[in-house]
Write a new protein. Structure first.
Length: 246
């Protein structure tokens, strides 16, 4: 069982990665993308740096000790769907009595379809990184729009809790891009969507310029707000919140 999944890191306690639940986040090692704004650089390679890898047994014994305190376990990354043992790991964690969350970039539609159809996750957060025509430029890989859209329709019609989310760097995504993305979200009846502020730090593209928080025109803000039932903006700083209200 020790090599069921390759774990690059563990966040033992969080209130923000699964709605309304106290969670631990398991960061799975490796990702198929190279998003320019990615700040999880240490998780991108398939093999963890020496000393950062945590065995699945260690995770299980950690979760045994936290029973009654933690409510859910979120599999994040990297890209969790890359790992063969993900579904089994999710089942084992669910058997321990935990709710299971998953954060994914949405590329592995076959794996995600199985997870949704078999209800292996209780909450799924999927990245919506850019207008489809700009995916490759921003993430390093093109995405299959039809498969991604089919997956969205399946998830929305399931009773699994979900969220679509976009990391916004003002130098990467324009208002025009965001209008296009809003059209897709509304057309696919996405009810839960978060625009997340880009976090400065050790991003994959070291030349990425400073981005001034999340700033939307009134027209675009109204489009999101009126078209999407639960539209939120995640921003760490007060300055950004004020900017939004302006
Ligand atoms: S931000 Fe992009 S490159 Fe980084 S872990 Fe997520 S999907 Fe992978």
């Amino acid at each position: 069982m020790s090599d069921l999944i390759t774990i690059g890191g563990l966040q033992p306690f969080t209130m923000i990665d699964y709605p309304r639940k106290i969670s631990a986040v398991v960061f799975l090692q490796g990702c198929n993308l190279r998003c320019r704004y990615c700040y999880n650089r240490s998780l991108l390679c398939s093999k963890a740096d020496k000393g950062t890898e945590i065995s699945f047994e260690n995770l299980v014994s950690f979760l045994e000790k936290r029973r009654g305190f933690l409510e859910s376990v979120v599999f994040s990354g990297g890209e969790p769907c890359l790992q063969q043992g993900l579904k089994e790991a999710m089942c084992l964690v669910a058997d321990m009595g935990y709710k299971v969350g998953l954060h994914t970039n949405g590329f592995y539609t076959d794996v995600l379809t199985e997870i949704i159809e078999k209800k292996l996750a209780d909450f799924i957060a999927i990245d919506f990184k850019a207008p489809f025509s700009r995916y490759e430029e921003i993430t390093g890989a093109a995405i299959n729009k039809e498969e991604y859209s089919r997956l969205a329709d399946l998830l929305v019609s399931s009773n699994i809790e979900y969220e679509y989310r976009t990391t916004l760097h003002n130098g990467l995504l324009s208002e025009k891009d965001l209008f296009e993305m809003a059209d897709w979200l509304i057309a696919h009846r996405i009810d839960n969507y978060a625009l997340q502020e880009y976090k400065h730090g050790n991003s994959f593209d070291q030349k990425l310029a400073y981005s001034l928080g999340v700033s939307l025109s009134n027209l675009l803000y109204d489009k999101f707000k009126n078209g999407i039932k639960n539209f939120i903006i995640r921003s760490d700083s007060d300055a950004n919140s004020k900017k939004l209200a302006a």
